[in-house]
Design a protein around this ligand. Structure first.
Ligand code: MV4
Length: 508
């Protein structure tokens, strides 16, 4: 095992990796920008190295500087987390060339899965089902029309260099093809510097289901089963769960075997994820492979009991996976909500400020993976995800109730957050029925954001208003309670903070 690991990341994922290191008896080294000098990941690590000014391009993306820091402090390995340098082939190679271990897949596997068309060709060669379509770039609109006729409308034009939905265009009839092709080419050129576009059959109303794989350096590749990630907005996942209501044990086995085949064909080791579209008829199609640890890994950890981050480190150190595929059976249900500093009432506009109050949920089956504390400055330099709230319960219904309860316990003051939005989703009949697809959230967004607060919130707000009114006549006591005494009826997170105040009052 390593004696010291450098963590090339920040926020909640850096804290998560530090926790794994500590449990393994490995010393951890944080890196930080000027903006993160006082951040939790810096304090929690055994050592910390300053790497530059706040912009990521000057700090967390400075691979050479980070490798140099690792050598200086005597770290033997680097964990990249997710985002930043995690899927840069050149970084994985540079780490290796510096005589260090990259805690992730080989640079060659990152490269093999990096190009979406190359990944598609690799999948086809490995007998992995992909969406019907081409892999060669389209020559012109005539060729596109010919292919579209063959698969039938609607079709989807995709950027060959793409990913993340950029350069994608749905075409519903032949009349739209020429202009859509032009738009897709322009978008692809702008986003990726490459205007190559190819065509696929458009799958309507599918779910996004992905398979977690874990492979060691001795030839064992396991499927850790599926995560359901359909609740997303503009290609940003918001809620993930495991297992998926749409996946039977037989389908789980087939999707797992398929993901293992795709990963093995790429020479993959360590933790990775194969993304699939799953249609209403139970057909699944490989989309792409994420060659990193993912944000939503905790739901898999909950239902498998396997610590993915610890195993990433053990695998990188050369250990063998001790599990058998048959032993990996989902236990219970896990749900994750991404808690972001975005304002759902304002089109999810990023919100900035200083965290002035923070009350964290706890109790049975609740996990908080966070990177913030009271006093944290939330700015615009980095991703707006502040933390993840994850719950585990015996059934999906119980997990939804548990998440709702945990969200009620959560109070974040100082920035707007996605907390209320998640509460509304947990109260939503379609979500509770598991009746979701990749289009579900965009379709329901307006009604969810404008949903009337639930009855208990309204009661809390009414109680709070009464207290506020009374406090106006007892200013000293109001100050002691920390209430402003304006008499305004609070709502949202404030109402829940007020519920706590009201209960304290009732107990006096
Ligand atoms: C698709 C599709 C429907 N049909 N391909 C979006 C990003 C990229 N990873 C692939 N994506 C899609 N490809 C075919 N042939 C629908 C999507 C898609 C999507 C996929 C996964 C999760 C969320 C999504 C949201 C919109 C569209």
């Amino acid at each position: 095992m390593f004696s010291k690991i450098l963590i090339a990341n920040r926020g909640e994922i850096a804290v998560r990796i530090i926790r794994a290191c500590r449990e393994l008896g490995v010393r951890s080294v944080a890196v930080y920008s000027d903006a993160d000098a006082g951040a939790p990941h810096v304090r929690e690590a055994d050592e910390a190295v300053h790497i530059g000014p706040p912009p990521s391009s000057e700090s967390y993306l400075k691979g050479d500087r980070i490798i140099e820091a690792a050598r200086r402090v005597g770290a033997e390995a680097i964990h990249p987390g997710y985002g930043f340098l995690s899927e840069r082939e050149w970084f994985a190679r540079a780490v290796r060339d510096a005589g260090l271990v990259f805690i992730g897949p080989p640079a060659e596997a990152i490269a093999a899965m990096g190009s979406k068309t190359a990944a598609r060709q690799l999948a086809i060669a490995a007998n992995v089902p992909v969406v019907p379509g081409t892999t060669e770039p389209l020559r012109d609109a005539d060729e596109a029309r010919e292919i579209a006729e063959r698969f039938g409308y609607p079709v989807l034009l995709k950027a060959a260099a793409g990913g993340g939905g950029k350069g994608m265009r749905v075409v519903r009839e032949s009349g739209e093809l020429a202009s859509s092709l032009e738009t897709a080419r322009r978008e692809a050129k702008n986003a990726f510097g490459d205007d190559a576009v190819y065509v696929e059959k458009y799958i309507t109303g599918p779910r996004h289901v992905e398979i977690q794989v874990l492979g060691d350096q001795h030839g064992t590749m396991l499927s850790l089963n599926e995560r359901e990630c359909s609740v997303q907005r503009r290609h940003q996942k918001m809620i993930e769960e495991a297992p998926s209501v749409a996946v039977s044990p037989a389908l789980r086995r087939r999707m797992g075997e398929t993901a293992v085949r795709a990963a093995s064909a790429a020479g993959y080791t360590n933790a990775g994820t194969c993304e699939f579209l799953l249609d209403a008829d139970g057909n699944f199609y490989f989309l792409e492979m994420n060659t990193r640890l993912q944000v939503e890994h905790p739901v898999t950890e909950f239902v498998t009991g396997i610590d993915l981050v610890q195993w990433q480190i053990r695998i990188a150190a050369g250990e063998r996976l001790p599990f058998k595929q048959e032993e990996i059976v989902p236990r219970g249900w896990a749900i994750e909500c991404r808690i972001t500093s975005e304002d759902p009432a304002n089109g999810f506009l990023p919100s900035t400020g200083k965290i002035s109050y923070l009350h964290l949920p706890s109790g049975p089956g609740v996990r908080w993976d966070g990177g913030i504390e009271v006093g944290s400055e939330v700015g615009l330099f980095y991703d707006p995800m502040l933390a993840k709230l994850i719950v585990h319960a015996p059934t999906r219904d119980a997990a939804v109730e548990r998440m709702h309860r945990a969200l009620l316990e959560l109070t974040i003051e100082g920035v707007e957050s996605s907390r209320d939005f998640h509460l509304r989703v947990m109260e939503d009949a379609e979500f509770r029925a598991g009746d979701i697809s990749i289009q579900w959230l965009e379709r329901r967004l307006e009604s969810l954001v404008n949903a009337a607060p639930s009855a208990d919130i309204r009661t809390a707000a009414a109680i709070a208003a009464l207290i506020a009114d009374r406090d106006r006549h007892a200013p000293r006591r109001a100050a002691a309670n920390g209430s402003s005494g304006t008499g305004a009826t609070p709502s949202g997170p404030t109402a829940d903070a007020w519920t706590r105040v009201a209960r304290l009052e009732a107990l006096r």
